[in-house]
Design a binder for this molecule. Sequence first.
Ligand SMILES: *Cc1c(COP(=O)(O)O)cnc(C)c1O
Length: 751
Amino acid sequence: MAKKQLTPDEFSSLVARLNKLSHKVSSLELNDLVARLNKLSRNLWWTWDQEAQEVFQELSPRGWQNLYHNAVAILHEVSEYELRVRLQERDFAGHVQQVLRDFDDYMGEKNTWAAKHAPQFAKNPVAYFSAEFGFHETLPIAAGGLGILAGDHAKSASDLGLGFVGVSLFYREGYFQQAFDANNWQTEYYTLLNPKNLPVEPVLNDKGEPLVCEVDIGMSRVFFQAWRVNVGRVPVYLLDANRPENEQHARDLTLRVYGGDSTTRIMQEVLLGMGGVRLLRALGVQPSVFHMNEGHAAFLTFELIREQVAQGRTLQDAIAVTRKHCLFTTHTPVEAGHDRFSPDLMDYALHRFRTQLPEVFPALMALGRVKPDDPHEPFCMTVLALKMSRAANAVSELHGRVSRHMWHCLYPDQPVEKVPIGHVTNGIHLLGWMKGTVRRFWRRKLTGPAESPAAPAGSTTRFWQARPDYDWATEMQLPDFWEKLQDEKFVTDEELWALRYRLRRELLEFTRRRLLLQQQRVTHGDFIAFDHLLNPDALTIGFARRFATYKRAPLIFQQIEKIVQLTRDQARPVQFIFAGKAHPRDDDGKRYIQHIIHLSKYSDLKGHLVFIENYDVHVARQMLSGCDVWLNNPRRPLEASGTSGMKAGCHGGLNLSILDGWWREGYNGENGFAIGEDSHPDSVEEQDRLDSANLFKALTEEVIPCFFERDDQGVPRRWIRKIRQAMVTLVPQFTTHRMVREYVEKYYLTK
Ligand SMILES: *Cc1c(COP(=O)(O)O)cnc(C)c1O
């Protein structure tokens, strides 16, 4: 991919020659287009704008695939000279100009939801701290759903025009890449991320040099710089400790997402929380609200207290003032999901901080304990966050209830229902998750009055073409937009079924290609005819997520003989696609993956079950759009919300899920399938047995019959009715637009 570097002289002479040739686009215009395109590539807006992505794809179709949809890397691959030549082509230049206009319109929009409902945050933004952010496959700094949610939160904050700034870490090796050894045991490898090739920009001081801040961690003063991710209109700052001033161990604090042991972890959290506040101050940002996305960020409260004490306040006042500005979202009822650090580790990680505030330090340590007077109790980040926030929330209704029980110990004088933890159910950023083909489909079908089904395609000017001001991205957020699916006039069953076939086909072809690549790394593996792998007519069931054991990935294979029979049914074939990463230190999760890969290679399920390696945002999008059914069978009530199933809805996928997290709220009996009841037994063994039986029951009695019930035209009317129901009831509801508005109204605005 090396490209010849031109000397400045060669370059100018080429440009001069080019400009002489050019009749259409003037040199000045060209300069402007090139500069604006470069700027656009460093704003993630393009990741949720189909036309913008197509500009980069057109520039280098193969590069788009091989560079994994990275606009910045594409512009490095294509020389400036080539770009200028390409821009001489009228159609392409027109396309680019249109995209740049759309981008400018977006960036300059004044009439946003927040301008009307929450204008005060423009000056004093919401500062949202999260240990991970998942935006797009080019920036792999998320481990799972928590990060994806943070990324979607930022995108919707941008769309809504909210004053918002995100804070996280720049992990220069990101989250791990998944590989497998000869025994199908997961191994991890890491690739170095090069900021020059990523949609990030260095944060500079007035001299144009990297802005360097410092924070005390352990025995050292740690220096850090930052990278700015432009997420539409909002910035997210990624702190980077890889500075020459630091010793190697400090530089490596920002090496990997949740990398290393608990010492690395606590130090990462000190950097995120305290360093994050320092950076915002250095940038002159004065947030009105500090929103802690999970307890990882809770050390920010120590830094705020330190600031207050330094201004002469008493500790009590400092705590009270800090609490007024802080909010906390808890994301899991799983015990291990709550960071706890031993008193010794706390002493060590906060050594310098402690020596600066010796009088108040013991009181600060008590803020992380359920029993403040017990110096031996480990310090819990969730406890700190709860005690230091003016309000806290869980991420679904059931999770709210579970969390109030879980943390009742902190509020012993209150009845459990009065424990101050509310809930805001999670969502997804709709445009970011919707596949390009699907966006076009909805835009054509659902904007404006219904098309007459008899009219030949393209015969009339469509509503949105006649109304250039029509903002379909906003319309699409509204229930009315999706309500149209009730009406056959807008989309016929046949069209919906054709869309499902198209998406399943795209997934199959994607899967075949990925499996071929996976197979090439195995020398002794048996060969599968990849072009025939999987069946385009089969009911395709997907399961992909982190392989945390509570998610019970292999649950469906407990009844292996019966499942094999289902896949063998010639008339009603069923097939499975799995993907997911286990945490590097989670051997139980790795055993689950190994088991599933073994089944896919050596059991009678071979050919009907595949495992796609290296689950990430791109794999998720392919799977969630192409699968007919999205399977989710966590051990209730441990899936606090879950979000992947929400991504299926707009593509016409249906959920088959335990009534846990969001699905308890989403499911209405007609818009998908439930496994079991809205309750669960106390014993884990009993629960697993029951859920496995109920899963099989739902599959054989509801899902499979419904999918294969075809009328004379070969259309599964009842299935499509469910798809329509799912779209009307779920798509506009489980979005981060709804979620962020709820955060604003329930938490950001209320003191
Ligand atoms: C949506 C998403 C998740 C979260 O999935 P859950 O079902 O909530 O566990 C995790 N990873 C990726 C890549 C995702 O896109």
